[in-house]
Design a binder for this molecule. Structure first.
Ligand code: ZN
Length: 182
């Protein structure tokens, strides 16, 4: 029952997702060019073909909301790169030469940090930062944050939904008891 209740909760991120510009053919071509692949179905990291469905979300939804309060855009194709499910997420976690860990989806590296990127990571760091720059240049966003008013609206709404569900559960219990007595 708890699972079903959770399913009735409104997803705050979905309700208030900002509208990005339409993702056009030339944007896909640019994405493939930046990722160095000839088609969407080729993983930009391991170069295997066929393991990609929706691709990897640059700004990750669940993980990064918890860490930063920012929601990743799910609608449309601005927030995805051609990366297979085996490479998904883990390719973004890198360790700099001074042993600090960075997530290149979440963190924009400073000039100083860029100098500390290990040679084997340079290609993917460049790929992700080039894509982020292109998205910005096109007036699109990968992430967004709710305003206090939006947050309050959603939590009030979800509280009302919960009260309604619990009331209906009690009604059903009553009905079942009366039915058993018949
Ligand atoms: Zn891969």
């Amino acid at each position: 029952m708890r699972k079903r209740k959770a399913a009735c909760q409104m997803d705050a991120g979905e309700c208030f997702t900002p509208e990005n510009p339409p993702f056009e053919k030339k944007d896909l071509a640019k994405k493939l060019e930046i990722c160095g692949v000839s088609k969407w179905n080729m993983c930009a990291i391991c170069r295997n073909e066929g393991g990609i469905s929706q691709g990897d979300h640059v700004w990750e939804r669940k993980r990064f909301i918890k860490e930063t309060g920012y929601y990743g855009i799910i609608k449309g194709k601005w927030n995805t790169l051609p990366v297979c499910s085996a490479c998904n997420h883990s390719y973004k976690v890198i360790t700099l030469r001074d042993d600090t860990e960075k997530n290149i989806g979440r963190d924009d590296l400073t000039e100083e940090e860029l100098k500390l990127v290990k040679p084997e990571d340079i290609k993917k760091v460049t790929m992700v930062s080039k894509w982020k720059a292109y998205v910005k240049q096109k007036g699109a966003v990968l992430r967004f944050r709710l305003t206090k008013v939006q947050e309050k609206y959603i939590s009030d709404l979800n509280r009302r939904v919960m009260i309604f569900i619990e009331q209906e559960e009690r009604n059903m219990q009553r009905f079942l008891q009366e039915f058993a007595q018949d």
